[in-house]
Structures are given as structure tokens and as C-alpha cells.
Design a protein around this ligand. Structure first.
Ligand SMILES: [Zn+2]
Length: 442
């Protein structure tokens, strides 16, 4: 029998495909052709079935689906460490918004996005969800670097360097949506910033347009108790109830944060099919509160994982975020079995894919899915002994061991070296921005 000619064969010591659940495969091979996974087979079988144009042997590694960072603001990487140790409102109103007013431009977003993408690739992320000004620049950075992304164009009542008012934001965003309508790696959705920054009329319009276009919506929601209490004092409604009345909650909707979630909020999420994006490190750093992950999952709500922007984290390391999410969920639920290692990996892979409406394309190592793959080396002393590869990923600090990353079968990181980004040039650009920002005193 003649062997099938394929583009790439990756053999690895351990493979965690995420689907089927709770599975760890030993000495397995992934066959990749035309950007897709076409086989997940034992290594002995692979040699008989495939003739690969390129073979990568990773015999001291764990293979997992590329990680999905379900919420962030990539360009804010240029504000990393710029304003620390403030609560959300002070951080936003007295530090971040004034700095953004002064610095955000197409060039800022282009360079900041590239910096964020480089960090994400080096820590195993292959797809990121992003809400920021000048999303057309983030899209270009993703295209240039080979990264997959879902971009939500921002919508606010007030002006910024990108748009003047809510309708202007929406119209610019719709034009971007049109431009990327048939793009395989980049999808465009609606990013109403938060209930307290967008009024009813634009929110209603977004609900109608998103339904019409079947485009995703991402919104910061119930980030703090103060947000909920202020809204109740002003309107008598909890923000999530207001969104529901405006027709904004559906399986297309991704609610970011939800640290404040009572039983009726959780029921509403469950019945409408809206998703929750959990950003534990940002919530901890801004002292915003704790998202009740176990209660949400018990109610059948899909929970995905995000880092939020690097200005409130201060890194984009999703493996580190997994560790924080798992430890925090155990502490909050007072149940050590909450978010076990496999469930924690699911948060950063298949659950992210579901939230982004892309579970048929990414989030697991299955036949027919895109070849978005991450490899983590296990040859260090820190990884020895290795009783359980999933446990190593969830509970150890292993992002510096990410060795290889592919999206659509194309290599983005090889032996820890970025393949689509000039690291030296990028470092110089980031340092130039830092000097300018520092010199201006804002
Ligand atoms: Zn955010």
C-alpha cells in the first residue's frame, strides 16, 4: 500500500488532545496536511501510513492544542507596568484613559499588538480575542505574524482617537467586518466596552446587527461589585438584566469578568447561552473580586479564560493564567477537586473555542480541525519526575518551556525562536515607545 504524502508529521512523547476528555496519549503522531490535522495515530502506525515532506520529532515534549486567550487588549502591552496597584476605577479614569488619550494611534496599536503577539506565541497561545482602538492595525499585525484572532471593534458613547460617537464606532467596525468577511483566521465582532460606557440605543442596535450578521459580541460585565451597585442605584436594574432587556444576551455573547454573579445572574447566563470569560489575574490585581467558576460550570455556563490586557496582569501567559484560575477556583469553592488539571486545560482551549463560536475549527487536536498546535518541553529538572503531563501544565510554571507553536500548520515558534517576528527590531520599537511615554511624564 502506498503511503499518503502529507506536509508535516509531528511525533511526540505525550499528546493531550483535550477531546476526548481526560486523555493523555503516549508516543503519538499528528499528521498535518494543507493546514489541517488529518490523523492522530500511534507513531508505529504513522510510519506505515504517511510520507511526510517534513517531520518534527519531539520525543521529550507534550503536545496540546494551541491555547486560546479569550480576552485581552493587545496594544496595551506598551503600558505594561505603567500604572500598578490601583483599583479598577482609579486605574482607568486617572491613569489608563488619560494615557490612551495621549498615545493611542495606528502606530501605537500596530507595535503594541506585535509585542503582545510575540509574547503570546512564546507562551503557547495560537488564538487571541481582542478589544481595542484601531482594530484594523491589530488585524494587520495578526496577519503578518500568522496568529489567529477574533477582534471586537470598540464601541463607547464618548470619542477617542478612533471614532467620535457610538454610531461612528459601529460604522467603522462594520466596514472592518466587511473587509474580513471571508478571512479564515481573523473574525470581527462587536465590542461594546461595558454597560456603564455604552447607552441603551447603541446597545439595541448592536443586538440587532450581531444577530443579523451572526457576529460575536464581547463586553466587560459585572467586573466589580461597585459597577453593579452603581447601576442598581441609578436605574434599579443589575447590568446583566439591562443587557437582557435590550436583547443582548445570546450564545453570540461573551461576558468578560462576572466577578459579581448571584444565582439569578447565573441562571440568566445559563438560559440565554451567553459565555463567561474569566480573567483571574486581572481581577486579583485590580482587587475586583472572584468569578464563581464552579457555580457557573455547575449551571452549565461555558467558562473560557483570558489574561485581559498586559497593563492589568502584567503578562499574557495563558499557562500561568491556568494555574491561577485553578488555584483560585479551588480556594473560592473550598473544594480541591474544582478545576482539575484537564478541566483547567479545557478552559484555555476548547472552552475558548466554544466562546468564540469556533469549536468546529480549533480548541482540540482532532481530525478535521486546524493544525493549531503547541509543544512544551519536559527535559528540565523542574519537569522531573513527570507522573502526569496535564498536572505539569496546570500547576507548574512552564510557559518558558514552550518550544514549538504552529497555526494552520505553519510554524510560528521553533525551538523557542520566533519565526514570523524580528525579535530584536520589536524590542527596539517597544523601548522607543517606553522612552517617549516616560519622557512626557504621562
Ligand atoms: Zn478587559
Amino acid at each position: 500500500m502506498s503511503r499518503q504524502i502529507i506536509d508535516l508529521l509531528i511525533t511526540a512523547r505525550w499528546t493531550i488532545p483535550v477531546i476526548p476528555e481526560n486523555t493523555v496519549l503516549e508516543d503519538c503522531a499528528l499528521a498535518v496536511n494543507q493546514g489541517k490535522i488529518i490523523g492522530v495515530v500511534p507513531q508505529s502506525e504513522a510510519e506505515k501510513r504517511y510520507q511526510a515532506k517534513e517531520q518534527v520529532v519531539l520525543d521529550n515534549h507534550i503536545l496540546i492544542p494551541g491555547l486560546i486567550n479569550a480576552h485581552g487588549h493587545a496594544a496595551m502591552s506598551l503600558f505594561k507596568g505603567y500604572a500598578d496597584d490601583y483599583p479598577l476605577q482609579t486605574w482607568l479614569e486617572e491613569h489608563i484613559w488619560p494615557a490612551e488619550g495621549k498615545w493611542v494611534s495606528p502606530e501605537f496599536v500596530q507595535d503594541g499588538s506585535e509585542l503582545a503577539i510575540a509574547e503570546m506565541i512564546r507562551s503557547g497561545t495560537t488564538c487571541f480575542a481582542d478589544m481595542y482602538f484601531f482594530p484594523e492595525e491589530t488585524a494587520k499585525a495578526a496577519l503578518n505574524t500568522g496568529m489567529r484572532c477574533q477582534l471586537y471593534f470598540p464601541i463607547l458613547d464618548f470619542p477617542s482617537a478612533w471614532a467620535q460617537d457610538a454610531n461612528d464606532y459601529i460604522n467603522k467596525g462594520l466596514a472592518l467586518h466587511d473587509n474580513y468577511r471571508s478571512n479564515e483566521s481573523i473574525t470581527i465582532g462587536f465590542g461594546p466596552h461595558a454597560p456603564y460606557t455604552v447607552s441603551d440605543e447603541p446597545l439595541k442596535r448592536i443586538a440587532v446587527l450581531a444577530e443579523e450578521l451572526q457576529a460575536p459580541i464581547q463586553i466587560h460585565l459585572h467586573e466589580t461589585t461597585k459597577e453593579v451597585n452603581d447601576a442598581v442605584a441609578e436605574s434599579g436594574l443589575r447590568p446583566i438584566d439591562r443587557l437582557n432587556q435590550l436583547g443582548l444576551l445570546s450564545p453570540l455573547t461573551q461576558c468578560v469578568h462576572m466577578t459579581e454573579a448571584n444565582n439569578s445572574d447565573i441562571e440568566l447566563l445559563s438560559t440565554t447561552g451567553a459565555h463567561v470569560i474569566h480573567c483571574p489575574e486581572s481581577n486579583l490585581k485590580l482587587a475586583s473580586g472572584f468569578c464563581p467558576v464552579k457555580k457557573l460550570q455547575d449551571a452549565g455556563v461555558n467558562v473560557a479564560l483570558g489574561t485581559d490586557g498586559a497593563a492589568s496582569n502584567n503578562d499574557l501567559d495563558l499557562l500561568g493564567e491556568m494555574r491561577t484560575a485553578s488555584l483560585l477556583a479551588k480556594g473560592v469553592s473550598q473544594d480541591a477537586s474544582t478545576l482539575n488539571a484537564h478541566q483547567t486545560l479545557a478552559l484555555a482551549t476548547i472552552n475558548g473555542a466554544k466562546a468564540l463560536g469556533q469549536e468546529d475549527k480549533i480548541g482540540s487536536l482532532e481530525i478535521g480541525k486546524a493544525a493549531d498546535i503547541t509543544a512544551i518541553s519536559i527535559d528540565s529538572l523542574e519537569a522531573t519526575p513527570l507522573f502526569n503531563p496535564a498536572s505539569y501544565l496546570a500547576y507548574s510554571q512552564c510557559s518558558h518551556q514552550v518550544s514549538h507553536v504552529w497555526t494552520n500548520g505553519k510554524i510560528l515558534l521553533k525551538d523557542r525562536q520566533l519565526q514570523t517576528i524580528d525579535e530584536q527590531a520589536l524590542r527596539e520599537k517597544a523601548q522607543t515607545w517606553a522612552k517617549r511615554i516616560k519622557a512626557s511624564g504621562t
